[in-house]
Structure formats: C-alpha cells, structure tokens
Design a protein around this ligand. Structure first.
Ligand SMILES: Nc1ncnc2c1ncn2[C@@H]1O[C@H](COP(=O)(O)OP(=O)(O)O)[C@@H](O)[C@H]1O
Ligand SMILES: [Mg+2]
Length: 570
C-alpha cells in the first residue's frame, strides 16, 4: 500500500509539474530528484526529522519548543543536539498535529497532550501550543527497536552475567514473581522483555500495557492494551484502564501476568493475583528498593505489608558510567524478598571492576528446594548447566530473540542433549568452563567481567579478609536472629481475645496456615482480621510466610518461637 501511495504522489507531482511547467522549467534531473525527495519526505515521512527517524542509532528524539535545537539520544554518543531547529511556532504546531494524526490521535487546544504510538511502534508524547508548555509545542519520540534485545545480547553487553541470567531462568520456570525497578529509560522494559523469554514456552502469558512495547516469542500469549477515555475532561467514558485489564486477565487463567509498568491501583490487583499463585512480572519507576516498597504501600497502590513478600525478586537496573569511561546499562542489584522488611541482596554489580558478584546465599533456592523436593546443590548444578548453555549461545553469537527463544525451548525439551552439545562445543573452542561456572555459593563470588575477552579468567579467590568478616557478620546476624526468636517472654504481651483465637487457629494447623483458611476460620471481617494479624506481627508472635500448596505459592502465617512459647504459657 505504501509503495502505491508513493508512486501515486510522484506521478501526481510530475503531472502538476507538467501542468505548471513554467515554474519548474529548467529543472534538471538532479534538481527534480531533490524536489521529489522533499515531497516524499514531507508528505509520507516525518518531514524535518525524517533523517533522524531513519537513523537506527538514535533512541530518542526530542524537541523542547521553538528556537531550541532538537536533541537526540545516540546509542554511542548519548545526548547530542542536532542542527535542526523549529523556528516558527505555527509550523511546529502543524507538525505536532501531523504527528498525532500519524498516531491516530487528535491534538488541539482543548486536548493539548497526546501519548500515542506512531507507525513502526515508535512512541510519541507531545504537547500542543502554549497550553501546557509555554515555550511552544514539544514532543519526544522514543524509537522502537524492531528487534527486541534478547537475553544473550544483554549478556554479551555485560548488562547481566550468565549466572544471574541462569538463576532467573530457574526462578521463572518455577513461577517466581519479579519486579524491575530503575529510572526513566534505564532499560526496565527491555530487561523485562528479555528475561520473559525464559518462561516455559507452553505457559499461558497475559501482558498488560498502556502502549504496546513488549514483544514475546510465546505462542500462548494474550496481549492487552489499555485505552484512554474518549470523554471530555474528567469523564472516564470509554476508558479501559490497566486496573480493568489486570482484573480481566485473571479470567484467562494465566501462568504469568506481565504488567508493562505499574503506576496506580492496578498494582494492588497484581499483588492479589500473585498471592493466589499467578506468576507476575512488572516494572516500576523507583530509584531504590526502599523507595519502591514505600511507594507500593502508599496510595494509590495501597499494598499491605503481608502482600510485600508475594514479590519474590526485585532487580534494580540503571544506566551508569563504566570503568572504561563509556556508559552502559547494568543490573545493579538483585534482592530476594523474604518478608516485609527482610530483603536479601544476592547479586551486586561491582562498579570498579565492571563485574557482577554473588554476595550472599540464596533464600529462594531454599524455598524451591523444599517445594520441588530437590537438593539445593542439585538446583545450583542446574543453574550451572544453564549458565554453560547461555555462555555457549553467547560464544556462538546466537543473539536474535527468535533464535534465542528457539534454543531455550530446545533446552526445556532436551536438557541433557543441549547441555552436552553446549559443553563439548565450548571445550572445542578452548574455553575453560569449569573455572568459569559457579556450582556452590560461597560468601562472595566474583563473576565474569563484562568485557568478553576477560570473561574466562579463573575466578579469583575471595579476598581472605572480606571472607572472614562476611562470615563473622553472618554468624552474628544469625545469633541475633535466634536471640529474637527465642527471646523469653518477660512481660506477657497484651493481646485481645480475637488475637488469641487466631493464634490457636494457627497452632491447630500445625503452626502454619494459609491466609484464606485463617480468614475463614477466624470468622472475622476482613478489616478486623488484618488488624488482628498486624498486632500479632507487631508482637512478633506470628510471621508472614509463603506456603506451597499444590505447587502454588500461597500467602500464609506461621507461629514464631515466641508465639509458641506464648501459647504454652497461656
Ligand atoms: N541493554 C541495552 N542496550 C542498549 N540499549 C538499550 C538497552 N536497554 C534499553 N535500551 C534502549 O534504551 C531505551 C529505553 O529502554 P526501556 O527499556 O524502554 O527503558 P525503561 O522501561 O526503563 O524506560 C530504548 O530505546 C531501548 O532500546
Ligand atoms: Mg518502560
């Protein structure tokens, strides 16, 4: 269709030129081609920014108003001004209207803000006239990358290391939930998309977004996109929000619900879904774990304390300066959420050496080990195998999403064969795998450097001093923890009859009970139930726990040592 339009326009231009021959008389072929170029550029393309739109090195194009240079974000050179400037307010307005139309939206003084998708899935945000932007109309185009980044590309660029990637693979296979946090354009969505390819090919996935950014290889994938209201002003007429979609998504019985980015009330529904055994993946704009948790717990998200551990893993990503003076995107931290207020940092990026390090033992591997009835070392071996497999994909330059997805799928079907193949091929390439792969978790493990060439240096022995201090502090922490747990009850806590009743219910269930049964058996209203729970938690008589029933994680409560002792004395 596009080609026909182009042909039509060029023919039309030639026809007009013949008709008004006088004006264009004397144009030679070269000049004529120039005319056609501008005709095509302005009518079919993006006018003055057409060249920028066609340069795949540019990630962002933004205009802050009239008489200001258009800035671009270049893959290599970061933010740079161009020599393109809109000098005429009217022209810029017209241009914004045209852009909005290309995205199927309308923009005017009455509706001065648009956020839409341009053809080719580039994302446009624009303001019209002086209504909301005194310096004149503005726009930003976030360009779409035709081919989504695959996990192997992220590994190759040093964004993530093979161990962490393999660990995430095992976690996602087992429906663990995960949130990626970071600043604007840190690469959250890109990361989310890349690791989503680890989800088992047969699993049912529903994605929910405001604009379609995610691009998954799975066949069993339902993509839902929210819709803005077409009503006036405050009216919500016709709006279909993320909140609505997350609720609807539950009817699809998905194994994984992926919300592109949580911002509002939909977060609450997502956490509820995660509490009932659905896998959940999402991104959230936050610059630290603490801030993320705090904001999740305040309006409009209102996620309550016991729901926080429904989230298993939080990853922080950012754009950052690298030791060699350039910039890059890095997985900075990975935490395992044990409970509200109890976050275990498992992986850290070492800024000085540009490499990732494992800095503690994994809690979730213990959880998985129990749930799957497999020894933890078994699981670590499985991670090591996948690490080798990913390393092989990287070395063999299998980078494209669809190829990576195909290989992941093959690994799911023939784990032994694929591992053998990867292992022997790497050996043939002369890579000393055993020095490189991690099979046991020691206090601090330094992993491969991001720079590919140095990736196969033997893993350095942890510095003795660090090792000792880490072990020592771990021990102290453990001792302290035990102290709290077994802390003798000097003064009996003041607790109400309802509270004692709930404690007894937990006791009758063998010391641990799932949320639903607890609520039912207590006979309390939801509101008083949570009050009771929160008092008991404050008194450290119970703690929130994750239980696995029929292989599904369920929120539950368990008596603490203190709680048991309290009941004994009562
Ligand atoms: N690892 C990466 N390497 C190179 N470019 C990246 C990487 N991750 C993201 N980008 C680019 O950065 C821009 C922002 O990424 P995105 O994932 O949308 O960020 P966020 O969701 O954090 O706002 C996109 O243009 C994307 O193509
Ligand atoms: Mg994003």
């Amino acid at each position: 269709f596009e080609v026909d339009v182009k042909k039509h326009i060029i023919e039309e231009a030639r026809r007009l030129a013949r008709k008004y021959g006088k004006i264009v008389r004397g144009l030679n072929e070269e000049s004529w081609n120039k005319v056609l170029y501008f005709v095509e550029r302005d009518l079919l393309g993006y006018g003055p920014i057409n060249a920028l739109m066609e340069d795949w090195n540019l990630e962002d194009i933004s205009c802050d108003g009239v008489n200001r240079a258009i800035h671009v974000w270049h893959r290599k050179y970061e933010s740079i001004p161009t020599n393109i400037v809109f000098v005429d307010r009217e022209y810029l307005r017209e241009f914004i209207i045209k852009l909005a139309h290309l995205g199927g939206k309308h923009v005017s003084a009455a509706f001065p803000i648009v956020d839409t998708m341009l053809p080719g899935r580039h994302r446009l945000a624009a303001t019209f006239g002086e209504e909301v932007s005194p310096r004149g109309s503005t726009f930003t185009i976030r360009k779409f990358r035709e081919k989504p980044f695959s996990i192997v590309e992220l590994i190759s660029e040093g964004n993530i290391d093979t161990w962490t990637a393999a660990y995430l693979w095992l976690m996602l296979e087992n429906r663990m939930t995960l949130m990626i946090i970071g600043g604007t354009a840190a690469g959250k969505t890109t990361f989310l998309n890349a690791i989503a390819s680890f989800i088992k090919p047969g699993m049912k996935i529903v994605t929910i977004e405001e604009t379609a950014e995610l691009n998954l290889p799975h066949v069993n994938w339902v993509q839902l996109i929210s819709r803005e209201s077409y009503g006036l002003g405050e009216s919500k007429l016709g709006e279909i929000s993320l909140y609505d979609l997350v609720r609807v998504s539950l009817r699809y019985r998905p194994d994984y619900i992926i919300v592109g980015e949580i911002r509002g009330a939909e977060a609450f529904v997502l956490f509820q879904a995660m509490a009932t055994g659905h896998g959940g993946l999402t991104t959230f704009h936050a610059d630290s774990l603490q801030n993320a948790i705090r904001r999740l717990m305040s309006p409009p998200m209102n996620i309550s304390e016991p729901y926080i551990p429904m989230l298993n893993i939080v990853i922080y990503v950012s754009r950052t300066a690298l030791p060699n003076g350039t910039f890059g995107r890095r997985l900075r931290d990975l935490w395992e959420i044990e409970d509200y207020g109890k976050y275990r940092r498992l992986v850290v990026w070492d800024m000085k050496n540009d490499r990732h390090m494992i800095v503690s033992d994994s809690y979730l591997l213990d959880v998985l080990s129990e749930r799957l009835g497999r020894d933890k070392n078994d699981l670590l071996d499985e991670i090591a195998r996948r690490q080798i497999f990913l390393l092989w994909l990287k070395e063999r330059k299998i980078l494209e999403m669809k190829d990576v997805a195909r290989h992941i799928s093959m690994y799911y079907n023939f784990p032994e064969e694929m591992y053998e193949k990867a292992y022997s091929d790497l050996r043939r390439m002369g890579i000393d795998i055993d020095k490189y792969v991690i099979r046991r978790l020691a206090p601090i493990i330094k992993m491969e450097k991001a720079v590919a060439k140095e990736a196969y240096r033997p893993i350095e022995k942890p510095v003795a001093k660090i090792e000792i201090t880490t072990r020592a502090t771990e021990k102290i922490e453990k001792v302290e923890k035990e102290k709290v747990e077994a802390e003798p009850i000097k003064t009996m806590p003041h607790i109400s009859l309802d509270e004692i009743k709930l404690l007894r219910i937990v006791e009758n269930h063998g010391g641990e009970i799932d949320l639903k049964s607890a609520l039912n058996e207590s006979g309390l209203s939801k509101e008083s139930f949570w009050k009771v729970v929160s008092n008991l938690r404050r008194e450290r008589l119970i703690q929130t726990s994750l239980m696995y029933i029929d292989n599904k994680p369920l929120l539950g409560f368990k008596l603490t040592a203190r709680g048991e002792e309290f009941l004994k004395r009562k």
